[in-house]
Design a protein around this ligand. Structure first.
Ligand SMILES: [Zn+2]
Ligand SMILES: [Zn+2]
Length: 197
């Protein structure tokens, strides 16, 4: 792992030696720890410098203003709290990276002591909501790749494409598959066990 320093050394100024022997300032600087070359003094001095979370002060990796925990907390803080009385959709537990069909399933699956403070609401996307026209266009687009040379170029000479769309639509209507995505703008406060019924 890369070694970082609390106190860093002054950057090293770089010069190039011209054919006539004179030295010319190259306008670049090197980090005095790892000799990495950077376009200015500030970057060179910050190169191997240990950074700290601007919220809690823990050590963080390069180029992140806050640590992962603080950035998650910030995101949760910004989200609007939704009342369980009006939300019965799927929920996302970011601490475990697990989705639940609804809050009840979360309660049945996670022991009270393992529950996070907040869950996120989810947006649900159903396969049956896909646009059959768009799916048909994709299929025809792929056909075009295969048949372009055989057909001597030009457009597709497909017939009855509306039947393809109708077929896809009928197929989609029978699908129950759905996928959840976390909605980080809405959160649910987890009820602490025992006093919620
Ligand atoms: Zn460095
Ligand atoms: Zn932090």
């Amino acid at each position: 792992m890369r070694k970082l320093f609390k106190e860093t050394l002054p950057s090293l100024q770089l010069f190039v030696k011209l054919p006539d022997g004179t030295m010319k300032d190259q306008l670049h600087y090197a980090c005095a720890h790892c000799y990495c070359i950077l376009p200015n003094k500030e970057l060179a001095e910050g190169c191997c410098k240990q950074d700290y979370c601007e919220v809690c002060g823990t050590e963080i990796g390069k180029y992140w203003p806050v640590c992962t925990a603080c950035s998650k907390a910030k995101k949760t803080e910004k989200a609007v709290t939704v009342d369980l009385a009006v939300y019965d959709g799927s929920v996302y537990d970011e601490s475990q990276d697990v989705y639940y069909h609804d809050y009840g399933e979360f309660e049945d699956s996670v022991e009270p002591e393992d529950r996070p403070e907040f869950l996120y609401c989810c947006t649900t996307h159903k396969l049956k909501e896909k646009d059959p026209e768009w799916m048909a266009e994709n299929i025809m687009g792929n056909l075009y790749d295969d048949f372009a040379t055989a057909g001597g170029g030009g457009g597709l000479d497909l017939v009855d494409t509306s039947e393809l769309v109708a077929g896809i639509k009928a197929w989609l209507d029978r699908q129950t598959l759905e996928v959840f995505h976390p909605d980080y703008t809405r959160k649910i406060k987890v009820v602490i066990s025992g006093n919620n019924t």
